[in-house]
Design a protein around this ligand. Structure first.
Ligand code: MG
Ligand code: MG
Length: 270
């Protein structure tokens, strides 16, 4: 069942999402060669608790850490460890926070030092597909419209769309209805209505869409060992249109990146 949110609830969800956004912005300055994912995980846990929130993933389905940290061929759900990041790596950092009873959940794939051009393009196209998907999340459209937009953009570049893992409704639970696949057919699936909140999160592979799971029971990685990218935003439907609750602006401030990619999805009073 899809749980529709009131405007007051959406404001609380924005607060939770922004805690995650700020956490990712803090981490953006720390992601560099030589740093371990476990160190970054501890920084994130402290930062979230300092903001009077609870790490959203820690203990959820028994996940052992605050962040899902998935380098290179890992798609999602990687477990932080004491292996240092290397120059040329990419790393998806997925973070959740719980505050006022609502979850925020979003993710960004960072470049560590100098990344291969082919991989940089994968990141760029995957992030573009995220916004193409978000644009379709509006009253009257359906789940398949979002999936189609993401799939169409990524497959044009020859990339593989992961099938087994999908975006989701978000609220008092981390994973609510509806499921939001990153593939689909126009006009198919559940219809979007005012007050829906979802996490849209393309997981896109440079090569095959096929995946394996490590025997840690968590880590998902590409079957062919090629890199995978992952970007995730929290989005609400307000006045019929998609409105971003999360933002990459703190990451961009930290990295000195100029971007207007979020402008069309901003809160009308911001
Ligand atoms: Mg996430
Ligand atoms: Mg998610």
């Amino acid at each position: 069942m899809i749980k529709i949110k009131t405007l007051e609830e959406i404001e609380l969800m924005r607060e939770s999402a922004l805690i995650v956004s700020k956490t990712l912005g803090m981490l953006a300055k720390e992601v560099k060669p030589g740093v371990t994912t476990l160190y970054l995980d501890k920084l994130a846990e402290e930062f979230i608790r300092d903001h009077q929130a609870i790490p959203g993933f820690l203990g959820l389905y028994d996940f052992p850490n605050t962040l899902c940290m998935s380098p290179n061929a890992q798609v999602v759900h990687g477990i932080p460890n004491d292996k240092p990041l290397k120059d040329g790596d990419i790393i998806s950092i997925d973070c959740g926070a719980l505050k006022n009873g609502f979850y925020g959940d979003h993710a960004y794939t960072f470049e560590v030092g100098n990344v291969h051009e082919e991989t940089k393009k994968l990141l760029k196209v995957t992030k573009e597909s995220l916004y193409k998907g978000i644009r379709e999340f509006k009253v009257g459209n359906r789940v398949g419209d979002v999936g189609f937009a993401i799939q169409n953009h990524c497959e044009k570049h020859g990339y593989g769309i992961v099938r087994e893992l999908v975006g989701h409704g978000l609220g008092r639970e981390m994973h609510e209805d509806p499921e939001m696949p990153n593939y689909g057919r126009r006009g198919r699936g559940k219809k979007f209505t005012e007050g829906m909140v979802v996490a849209i999160e393309p997981m896109v592979n440079l090569g095959t869409h096929r995946i394996n799971q490590l025997n840690d029971g968590w880590t998902i990685l590409t079957k062919d060992g090629k890199p995978s990218a992952h970007f995730e935003h929290d989005v609400a439907i307000v006045n019929g249109k998609p409105e971003l609750l999360s933002t990459f602006k703190y990451i961009y401030e930290a990295l000195g990146i100029e971007s207007d990619e979020e402008d069309e999805f901003k809160h009308s009073t911001l």
